[in-house]
Design a protein around this ligand. Structure first.
Ligand code: HGY
Ligand code: MN
Ligand code: MN
Length: 411
């Protein structure tokens, strides 16, 4: 049976309506996890899912599960999902596309009167971004048993609010029980330049880079910028700046997809005429090989010791996230490739530089992802954009791959 085709206009309109929640002047989205804006997005998704005949529940970390019954109710559901939270200056499509594409698959099957043997679920995972609260991939990590719920609920943001308090404040601390997943599919924009440069519509994702995140505290001594001689200073910002250069150096000295980023830094006391006594910053390391991640960390720790001695400061590196490179399920990846081929869409294998909830779902279920291009490969940026055609193509591939797994029953 040939699969029905999704409604491109409806998918686009849903994405644009969702993007109005947290819309920023430059055309992006600021919808930090567990904020009032996240609540509004969750409420909107819940309303739409119920209008599509789905039952909606949420678990103790706020993961939202919208379920469409199958003809074999005891079979584990085929799950589609992604996330509704965004970066502080994020785009309209990162995360939102995967949730809206899952909803569009259900809406299309409803219109076509197509039932599935396995139930279907569309999921929005809590705090994929890890921007307001660490760890990243928080909700899917709890669901997959990677993070203990009690520990995660006590994580605090820069203002000292806990996950537990923020979740209760938006009314999404639920009690849905963990349940088996028959298969997991996530549609996402690539967030890099590969597909667009290759003029290719579909990315058949093989897996994702491994990541190691650190919170670093450099402790020196506040001092007067005038009378304090250069050789007597304990300048925490000088030491931190040298560490930033080292992060860049270790990442550029490893060939296999190595990445190194310092994305956030706080300087104290942050006054023009005071030698900074304390600097806090973050390190995000990635690679396609676990051994490379280890080598990068070892090099950075070695260089930190030398910089400490040089600058007469202390450098403390605390690891806050680690997951090795992940591979998705070959048979499910094959169904994504077959769907793209049957739809006559250009496609190519690709490795994800970004992490996705699929990384943790892959630990509990066969998992695959569908990538579509984004303009200039730009993401985590308010100018992030994608075309209605590419987004629809990715959603058609998602529908076909999901039907192949869930089994279609024409009523
Ligand atoms: O950082 C990541 O890889 C993801 O986009 N949150
Ligand atoms: Mn994402
Ligand atoms: Mn993201």
């Amino acid at each position: 049976m040939s699969a029905p085709r999704i409604d491109r206009r409806r998918l686009w309109d849903s994405l644009m309506e969702l993007a109005r929640i947290g819309a920023t002047p430059k055309g992006g989205v600021r919808r930090l996890t567990l904020t009032e804006l996240d609540r509004q997005a969750r409420d909107l998704f819940t309303r739409w899912a119920r209008e599509a005949g789905m039952a909606v529940e949420f678990d103790a970390i706020g993961n939202l599960f919208a379920r469409r019954p199958g003809t074999e109710p005891t079979r584990a559901p085929v799950v589609m999902g992604s996330h509704l939270d965004s970066q502080p200056s994020g785009g309209k499509f990162d995360g939102a596309y995967g949730v809206m594409a899952g909803l569009e698959v259900v809406r299309t099957l409803n219109d076509a009167g197509v039932r599935t043997r396995a139930p279907l679920e569309v999921v929005s995972w809590t705090n994929e971004e890890g921007s307001r609260f660490v760890p990243t991939l928080m909700g899917s990590g709890v669901f997959a048993g990677v993070y203990p719920l009690a520990e995660v609920l006590e994580q605090r943001d820069a203002e000292g609010a806990s996950v537990r308090e923020a979740l209760a404040a938006i009314g999404y601390a639920g009690n849905a029980a963990p349940h088996p997943v028959g298969a997991y599919f996530e549609a996402h924009i690539e967030q890099g330049p590969v597909l667009e440069e290759a003029r290719t519509t579909i990315g058949v994702v093989q897996g994702a880079l491994g990541q190691r995140w650190f919170d670093v505290v450099v402790t020196g001594m506040d001092a007067h910028a005038g009378p304090t001689p250069m050789e007597a200073r304990k300048d925490a910002l000088l030491a931190a700046s040298r560490m930033v250069l080292e992060v860049n150096r270790v990442a550029t000295s490893h060939p296999d997809y190595a990445r190194g980023t310092v994305g956030s830094m706080q300087v104290k006391p942050n006054s023009r005429n005071v030698v900074p006594g304390e600097v806090r910053f973050t390190i995000d390391l990635r690679s396609a090989r676990d051994a490379t991640l280890s080598a990068m960390v070892a090099e950075l720790e070695r260089r930190a010791r030398a910089i400490e001695a040089d600058c007469r400061v202390a450098i403390a590196m605390k690891e806050v996230v680690y997951f090795p490179p992940s591979e998705f399920a070959p048979e499910l990846v094959g169904s994504v490739r077959a769907a793209a081929r049957e739809l006559g869409l250009t496609h190519r294998d690709i490795v994800s530089g970004a992490a996705h909830d699929a990384v943790y779902l892959a630990r509990v279920a066969p998992t695959a992802m569908v990538f579509v291009p984004c303009a200039g490969g730009i993401s985590h940026n308010e100018t992030e954009s994608a075309t209605p055609e590419d987004l629809a193509a990715g959603c058609d591939v998602l529908l076909k791959a999901v039907l192949a797994r869930a089994g279609a029953v024409t009523t």
